[in-house]
Design a protein around this ligand. Sequence first.
Ligand code: NAP
Ligand code: GCO
Length: 263
Amino acid sequence: MDMFSLKGKVALVTGGAHGIGFAIARGLSEAGAIICFNSSNRENMEKGHAEYRVRGIEAHGYVCDVTDETAVIEMVKEIRKTVGAVDILVNNAAIISRIPMCEMSVEEFRKVIDVDLIAPFIVSKAVIPDMIHKGHGKIINICSIMSELGRETVSAYAAAKGGLKMLTRNICVEYGASNIQCNGLGPGYIATSQTAPLRELQPDGTRHPFESFIVAKTPAGRWGTTKDLVGPAVFLASAASDFVNGQVLYVDGGILASIGKES
Ligand code: NAP
Ligand code: GCO
């Protein structure tokens, strides 16, 4: 099963200080990868670095706003110099704003697009030349079931994640011949800080109606956990997926396959 080994590979996980990025980075580390991650602020980066360390992972942390191309180029250069050229990129960093579209300002819409779509372009563009030089590379774009479905109040996020699916396909088309595999990983609803507002207990102590809605709509009958994403991420980062390119692997408990059950 060496095909799943990431021994000696340098992985960069954007937004890897916590949440899904942190879980994926831990999994890549357990498969042998050397972990680099960034956060938009020093406090979170240091907290994340400490969390990796207590788990026996000597991760390399960087403070870098993924929307700032100059900062990203500097970070990639620093990683190349001190750790090694990036073999595996996980474009994980993202934000969401839940605002009805006609109440959303252009600036709010643009900010989500900047982080969730333009930043994966920026970071991918920064690492692809080294991947071409090395003769191999893996790019995993963290998409979403919103790459396929709309939902009220998440117009900017869904537009970004839909675009990220197509950016994934385009990187595949442009760089597949350089032995670069670019695939999407599409989580369903996962219990993290990003979805915490959708799972808050109600004042009367009952579950948030949206949380119950997702449980009912998901064939697995539960919300996902970050652990559910680790195996699929290791697969897409490893030689096991060398002939998989331009795909989005949905890890959603079956929700995309379901029209929903009659209540
Ligand atoms: P999260 O806990 O909010 O993590 C998002 C990360 O992105 C944070 O660590 C944040 O880091 C980083 N980030 C945001 N803006 C940044 C910027 N400008 N520069 C650098 N880092 C930035 O969310 P999550 O739930 O783990 O989501 C991770 C990924 O999975 C996202 O792409 C999200 O869209 C996707 N996803 C999540 C779910 C879900 O149900 N949770 C489902 C499908 C897809 P700092 O705050 O430390 O800067
Ligand atoms: C929302 C949620 C979703 C999840 C995820 C689903 O408000 O609908 O935040 O967007 O984050 O993207 O796959």
